[in-house]
Write a protein that binds this ligand. Structure first.
Ligand code: PEP
Ligand code: MG
Length: 592
């Protein structure tokens, strides 16, 4: 009997986690936590032996992780290597170590059984959340658990992902240790049922330039080893068993991306943009070393330098000098162009271990973004000092996340004043007149942009959050992905208001959310009057090619009509028409 899945393409809409598009054969990556036989120990001597075995297994795991960390540092860099720190921290965590030892001593369990119990308890405790940061910690915990149990049970190491070339790694979820060892020549893409863009393994995938889509639900059950699959890591769209149409669409898209890339490095072509159509394209950076790639792909500055990489998995606050070097490195790549450094955007889906994050019923509506500044002055003062020092090397600007009101800007301005006076006293060179801007990420900020404008030097639309808060749709909730729509007319109207305020008050309005990096989103933003778009370096050639191919008047007309549309389907149709023959589903954000 023929397999019904064989010739019927199945499309799954997930979330983008690592940019790029690829086609390959499914390779299921099954990693599981070993089964532990139920055994107890007899007598104190046996208990002591188990305690000894447990300590030895922890030491062994620490050694393995250090090796992996060292390899990752050599291969990718120091920031990527730090991704293994949370697991190393867990090896010293009294909750893990003492809890297990207590079960060995008091309940007379074997080391393996006691450790399994303890980890199950922690998992149970941490699982009562949908907080992606905690879920990632949970994933780290599973990674560590299988490593330690494998040692205690003397199992061969099953974790090596052997693979032929041209494969797509498909899994329920992955771990940093699995991804750190992937070879991009062989593994062309990743598709997982769970995970998020901030998952530790996804950060590694981006660094390895392996496209990845996450949040694909039951992708493992819906695929078979060897089946053809297309993964669009820029939109999150995955096609299982593509038919001729989908394959042709993929080929077209891939060759368009190749052409756009070529155009980006072609000096003749780069002069071809009509005068009327000068949209500035900057790059979003998650890591300092992406600056080089951004530059090669024609970025005209950095529109968003996320600085959270400095706190991932850290036990202590990052120091001023370390930060200064990271910011200076990026400024040196763009000495004459703006580099917008966003101060730590903590809370919501990202909280470092060294700050005690209070339990939040609803973290996305909790203590996050600029709100954290007032509570953690030391952390932000250090960061501001590092930024002011680095600003000597370029046009560095300071960007504030999640601003809702003027008072929040004032808190940072006061900290800046303290930073300046501290630096003055030490005699360290710094730049005095650094610009300060607000991200527009909430409807309140968009509606009140005219009140904020006199207090800042620029606005940057953080559409990822703006969409989430405007539509009341959690951006990390895969079950609501179909409702998360940057092209919703309500979102378009807010964007248009902010662009108008920018024009009227003479301050720059840029956009740095994912929307700017998707064709339909970029067209809408440009048409609504946003003149600076900041996108992942990978998307720069595509967005540039697209904008050059469409007169700005057409984009303005389409965006104005889309904004007035009664439904989001209508808005999308209007923008698709403006994109002409290029309109295919992959062009739209988060849509199947
Ligand atoms: C945004 O919200 O659009 C944004 C750029 O910030 P982040 O995705 O880091 O929240
Ligand atoms: Mg944001």
């Amino acid at each position: 009997m023929s397999d019904p899945l064989e010739n019927t393409p199945v499309v799954i809409a997930g979330f983008p986690a690592s940019e790029g598009i690829a086609k390959g054969r499914v390779h299921h990556v099954a990693w599981s936590v070993p089964q532990v036989p139920s055994r107890t120990t007899a007598g104190k001597k046996a208990g002591n032996r188990e305690l000894e075995r447990f300590r030895a297994a922890l030491d062994w795991a620490r050694g393995r992780l250090e090796v992996l960390k060292g390899e990752t540092e050599t291969r990718l860099g120091v920031v990527e290597a730090r991704i293994f720190d949370p697991q190393l921290l867990m090896l010293d965590d009294p909750e893990v170590v003492e809890g297990t030892q207590r079960y060995i001593r008091e309940n007379r369990l074997t080391a393996a059984r006691a450790f399994e119990w303890r980890m199950l308890e922690l998992k149970e405790r941490w699982s009562r959340t949908t907080h992606p940061m905690v879920l990632d910690r949970l994933n780290d915990l599973q990674d560590l658990k299988s490593r330690v149990l494998g040692r205690l049970l003397d199992l061969p190491n099953p974790r090596h992902m052997e693979s032929a070339s041209g494969v797509v790694a498909v899994a329920r979820n992955l771990t940093p240790s699995l991804v750190a060892r992937l070879e991009p020549d062989r593994v062309v893409a990743i598709a997982t049922g769970e995970g998020s863009r901030t998952s530790h393994w996804a950060i590694l995938a981006r660094s390895l330039q392996i496209p990845a889509a996450v949040g694909l639900g039951h992708i493992v059950d819906r695929t078979r080893d060897g089946q053809t699959i297309i993964v669009n890591g820029s939109s999150g769209r995955v096609v299982i068993a593509p038919d001729a149409d989908e394959t042709e669409r993929f080929e077209r898209r891939r060759s368009a991306i190749r052409d756009w890339r070529q155009a980006a490095v072609d000096p003749v072509d780069s002069a071809a943009a009509p005068e009327s159509h000068q949209i500035t394209l900057r790059a979003n950076l998650d890591l300092p070393r992406e600056a080089g790639r951004a530059k090669e792909h024609g970025a005209e500055g950095v529109g968003l330098f996320r600085t959270e990489f400095l706190v991932v998995g850290r036990r202590e606050m990052p120091g001023e000098d370390e930060q200064y070097r990271a910011y200076r490195a990026v400024a040196r790549s763009f000495p004459a162009q703006p580099v917008l450094i966003r101060i730590f955007d903590l809370g919501g889906d990202k909280f470092p271990v060294f700050l005690r994050a209070p339990f939040e019923e609803n973290p996305l509506l909790g203590r996050r973004g600029v709100r954290v500044c007032a509570d953690e002055p030391e952390l932000f003062l250090t960061q501001l000092k590092a930024i002011l020092r680095a600003a000597v090397h370029g046009d560095i600007r300071i960007m504030l996340p999640m601003v809702n009101s003027v008072g929040e800007v004032e808190v940072v301005r006061e900290l800046l004043e303290t930073a300046r006076s501290d630096l003055r006293q030490t005699g360290i060179p710094f730049r005095d007149d650094v610009k300060v801007g607000a991200m527009i990420e909430t409807p309140a900020a968009a509606l009140n942009a005219d009140c904020l404008a006199p207090h800042v030097d620029f606005f940057s639309l953080g559409t990822n959050d703006l969409v989430q808060y405007t539509l009341a749709v959690d951006r990390t909730n895969t079950r609501l992905a179909h409702l998360y729509d940057p092209l919703h007319p309500a979102v378009l109207r807010l964007i248009s208001m902010v662009a108008r305020t920018g024009r009227e008050t003479g301050i720059e309005v840029s956009a740095c959310g994912e929307m700017a990096g998707r064709p339909a989103g970029a067209v809408a933003l440009a048409g609504l009057g946003v003149e600076v778009l900041s996108v992942a370096w990978h998307s720069l050639p595509e967005i540039r090619g697209l904008l050059r191919g469409h007169p700005i008047e057409d984009l303005r007309a389409a965006a104005a009509a889309a904004m007035e549309a009664a439904t989001r389907a209508q808005a999308r149709r209007i923008l698709a028409e403006a994109l002409g023959g290029m309109a295919d589903p992959g062009l739209f954000p988060f849509e199947s």
